[in-house]
Design a protein around this ligand. Structure first.
Ligand SMILES: C[S@@+](CC[C@H](N)C(=O)[O-])C[C@H]1O[C@@H](n2cnc3c(N)ncnc32)[C@H](O)[C@@H]1O
Length: 404
């Protein structure tokens, strides 16, 4: 039987939930459907609960098809009858008994949506879990709506063009090949692309560009570095920051660490493709033992593991997978990594701390805690909220005193 993209997406969405997968494993229409099942999950779930007495009794593929229908109708209300018919046709080969349920439930939702939406919890309306809604609304009372709306947009992908390649020539060649791309409005080394599959574009295998967001690059460029600086990238895989630093400061010497062997493998592939040589050690940065020398590095970069709330536009599955309890554990690791690596920094040198999260618990509060037992100057500190061209993240630069 030919399996439709719709049913593939519904199945993948279910696995995503159960097996903590990443959306990265899908492509094309299936990826688009699955991403939107995640983006619109909370609102469609609230509508389905109103429309059906016991949704949990139904097969997940039936509920999934109704959810997908909810999203497609919201996106294209003028085609409602066509979409409902299509959802029914998609479920028929798998659960013939459920065609009238899919049809009836979607019609019921369409009829009552406006009324039901009025009584809906705000967190459902904005499509976020309630714990995350509370946190974001608390920390960003003036911006929370913009943040949630940004999370529900399809992401804009971006590529950093490497120094040996002319950005405008590469961009023209992509446009000639029918790629919908444009120059990054704030960086003359980047190209933005609406559709996915950047890694299939000409120049990828040759290492002409690296797929990354502009967000952290502006911060890394604020670091004061001598030409032959010794750089430690403590949470380095799959290599975005290390490769950027190597391109920007080609004579610098970079040492990279990461705890995850699979991600290190990916970093080695990226290094091979970009023709760079950076030693990478598989090590826990909270416990580096005698691998690193004290007072040695001119800059230490800690791109720490985090809740990833800054990149929900690109990874909407994070809204479903992340739990409030995860925060405590991850903030402990962030602080432990910083405490472990602080002594490795030379006197008067800078440490760059970044997390792709916009929760202050993982950003400025971690730095405040570090400050309780270590002396430093906070040279720069900022939370960047997600926007069309930048992921959300927190970044700071702290400087070790020259004298004790
Ligand atoms: C945000 S990602 C780093 C992305 C990378 N800097 C880049 O630009 O491509 C965080 C990384 O921290 C690593 N990590 C998590 N816990 C760690 C630990 N205790 N020690 C070292 N690395 C760790 C993860 O495996 C992950 O690769």
């Amino acid at each position: 039987m030919n399996i439709s993209d719709e049913i593939k997406a519904v199945r993948f969405f279910n696995n995503l939930h159960e097996k903590q997968l990443s959306l990265k494993k899908q492509k094309g229409k299936v990826l688009n459907y699955t991403a939107n099942l995640c983006r619109h999950y909370y609102k469609s779930e609230a509508l389905i609960k109103k429309a059906l007495k016991k949704p949990s009794k139904l097969h997940y593929e039936v509920i999934g098809m109704i959810r997908l229908g909810c999203y497609l109708i919201e996106e294209d209300p003028q085609n409602t009858p066509k979409i409902i018919h299509h959802m029914v046709e998609c479920i028929k080969p798998h659960h013939k008994w459920a065609t009238s349920i899919v049809n009836g439930t979607l019609r019921n939702i369409v009829r009552n949506k406006d009324q039901w939406s009025q009584d809906m919890a705000l967190s459902d309306k904005y499509n976020v879990p309630s714990w995350l809604f509370e946190k974001i609304a608390h920390h960003y009372p003036l911006h929370f709506e913009d943040i949630f709306n940004q999370w529900n947009q399809p992401p804009l992908h971006s590529a950093r063009v490497r120094p040996h390649v002319n950005r405008d020539k590469l961009l023209s060649s992509w446009i000639k090949n029918g790629v919908k791309a444009h120059a990054h409005p704030h960086r003359n080394d980047m190209i933005c692309i609406r559709s996915g599959a950047i890694n299939e574009l000409p120049g990828y295998q040759e290492g002409d560009f690296y797929i990354q967001n502009a967000s952290a690059l502006d911060l890394l460029e604020k670091v004061t570095l001598s030409e032959k600086a010794l750089i430690l990238d403590a949470c380095a895989a799959p290599g975005g920051k290390s490769i950027f630093m190597a391109d920007r400061w080609p004579k610098a010497s970079i040492t990279a660490l990461d705890i995850d062997n699979k991600r290190i493998q990916k970093m080695n592939e990226n290094l091979e493709r970009t023709k760079l040589s950076i030693p990478i050690h598989c090590v826990d940065a909270t416990e580096t033992k005698d691998l690193l020398t004290n007072n040695y590095y001119d800059v230490v970069i800690v791109d720490a593991p985090c809740s990833a709330t800054g990149v929900i536009t690109k990874h909407p599955e994070i809204k479903l997978l992340r739990k409030e309890e995860d925060l405590k554990k991850v903030t402990e690791i962030q602080l432990k990594i910083l405490k472990e690596l602080w002594p490795k920094l030379k006197k008067g040198a800078q440490l760059v701390y970044l997390v792709c999260s916009i929760l202050p618990e993982e950003g400025e509060e971690v730095i405040k805690k570090l400050g309780k037992s270590n002396n430093f100057t906070l040279e720069f500190s900022k939370t960047y909220l997600p926007s069309s061209y930048y992921h959300g993240f927190y970044g700071c630069i702290i400087k070790k005193p020259t004298h004790h």
